[in-house]
Write a protein that binds this ligand. Sequence first.
Ligand SMILES: [Zn+2]
Ligand SMILES: [Zn+2]
Length: 362
Amino acid sequence: MKGRVAALVGPERVVIKEFDVPSPEPDAVVAKVRRANTCGSEVHIYHHHHPLLRECVLGHEFVGEIEALGEGVETDYAGEKVSVGDRIIAPYYRTCRKCPACLKGDFNLCQKAYSFWSQAAEEFPHFTGAFATHYYIQPDQYFYKVPDTVPDEVVAGANCGLSQVLYGLHEIGLSAGDSLVIQGAGGLGLYAAAVARDMGAEVIVVEGIPERIELAKRFGAEHIVDMREFESADERISEVQRLTNGYGADVVLEVTGVPEAFVEAIGLVRPGGRIAEIGNVSVDKSHEISLAPGLITRKVIRIQGFVRYQPWFLHRAIRFLERKHKDHPFDELSDREYSLEEAGEAIEREEARKVARPAIVP
Ligand SMILES: [Zn+2]
Ligand SMILES: [Zn+2]
């Protein structure tokens, strides 16, 4: 049987290639892709701005359907029985369990994380990205069954943004009664608002785009700091002080990707508070800022950055959606559908978009 992939062969150069769909090795799974989302990371990869990915098969947020199980695969990574035809999702990286990072228990930092994704499409097993008709789940790549009640449009983004914020908010120690400022109500910020409300936190969202503000309210934001009204960082800091007893937020989550927002987060957080940094991922000169480190010392702030997540947080993400997907408009985060041949166009729309993610339906 033949299948197709959208292969990135150079910056902004996508070519559809056809290969035989391989049979899965022992412990591996071959899935048919049902729906894949475009994501901000795809835009980085498309322009060759990603530090680890160049020539590769595009796509990482997806929901699939089991086509073939490798020898030895009877359950998903939560012990649930699986068979051909079941819908599944997987983290977009593998966890080798043998490298120095895995030995420390940091599966999210596995040094082999992208060993398959960073290959050119010609290399076995070809179906290493989700903008494709099929996706090959590696023998040491987690995957989970999706309950029938959770629709494709809702679950397709779970292995990226939703798992990322679930992990970040858990690791930063957000707890019931905490005040949380979320800087930016894109996909990550909206997911974070819903998760934080579910965790019992008081949610304040800083945002300036009207459509995003409306969605933020529907995803659980209790207070909006509208950047059109509070134009400077100082004004926003004063407004957050007003909302938090004049003391500042217990936790700040940065998901704008704007370097200056990190400096602002230090102003927004209370003394002794915590900052989770997820949005800023670029490390080139154009993303440098100036900052007096003494601000962190004197305020006794804990700051932690996050990339990827411990793979079992994807299981939590599925359970979260199972309980909550009707409480918030998760389906509105999914934009127009594109064919595999239109992958480049979908990524360009993603780059220009305001909120919803273009989807590839192969
Ligand atoms: Zn590893
Ligand atoms: Zn993503």
